[in-house]
Ligand binder design. Structure first.
Ligand code: GTP
Ligand code: MG
Length: 197
């Protein structure tokens, strides 16, 4: 699946200009700077497919990538904070929530959580939206390379505990690192399973 083509196909800054729902969509959501675009690059093995930056607020639209004509990955703007004005972040947050709750072709959302920080109140809002809309999602911990083994294990356990009573949450919390490749094969396998491959 990920050994084939991966191409940027569409950018949308409002619900009015989303692409046609021609493929299954899998979206990556999370706070600004959590590592969404880096994870899209790690999954596809293309380092410059999605644009990344050390300053929060890099991704400013819903960016759609066609993977081998089998599915569309959606790299979303971040919520929570950004090195841009508050109005913009507010508009993105609205767009993110509207997209997540109203998209029929959306098969799964990966909600990215910085392994160092864990789930924050602003993340809870997104989990609430997904639960209410019954969109299945999995928690992915990012930047696992920044933690010691014991710290990471604690974070996985406390995060799993936090989501255990939430509707639509996949119970397994997946630790990843775009730097070391930790968890990337597991994430690819999960996506392939979802497509029945
Ligand atoms: P926005 O588009 O601004 O919301 O950010 P994003 O979530 O797409 O994050 P992005 O992928 O641009 O990465 C943000 C910063 O985190 C960059 O400096 C990356 O190099 C860094 N980063 C991403 N993934 C990892 C990781 O696995 N480990 C470490 N240590 N840093 C990472
Ligand atoms: Mg980004």
């Amino acid at each position: 699946l990920f050994a084939g083509e991966a191409d940027f196909i569409w950018a949308a800054n409002s619900l009015k200009n989303l692409p046609p729902q021609s493929k299954v969509e899998i979206a990556f959501a999370g706070r600004s700077n959590v590592g969404k675009s880096s994870l899209v690059n790690a999954l596809t093995g293309r380092n410059t497919l999605a644009r990344t930056s050390h300053t929060p607020g890099r991704t400013q639209q819903l960016n759609f990538f066609n993977i081998n004509d089998r599915l569309h990955l959606v790299d979303m703007p971040g919520y929570g904070y950004a090195a841009v004005d508050k109005e913009k972040v507010h508009a993105w947050t609205q767009l993110i929530h509207d997209y997540l709750r109203g998209r029929a072709s959306l098969a799964r959302v990966y909600v990215l959580i910085d392994a160092r920080h864990g789930i924050k109140p602003v993340d809870e809002g997104v989990l609430e939206t997904l639960g209410t809309a019954a969109v299945s999602y999995q928690i992915v911990l990012t930047k696992a390379d920044e933690l010691k083994k014991g710290e990471l294990e604690k974070r996985i356990a406390d995060t799993a505990e936090k989501i255990s009573k939430r509707a639509a949450a996949y119970p397994e919390v997946l630790p990843t690192s775009s730097r070391t490749g930790l968890g990337i094969p597991e994430l690819r396998a999960g996506i392939a399973r979802l497509l029945g491959e």
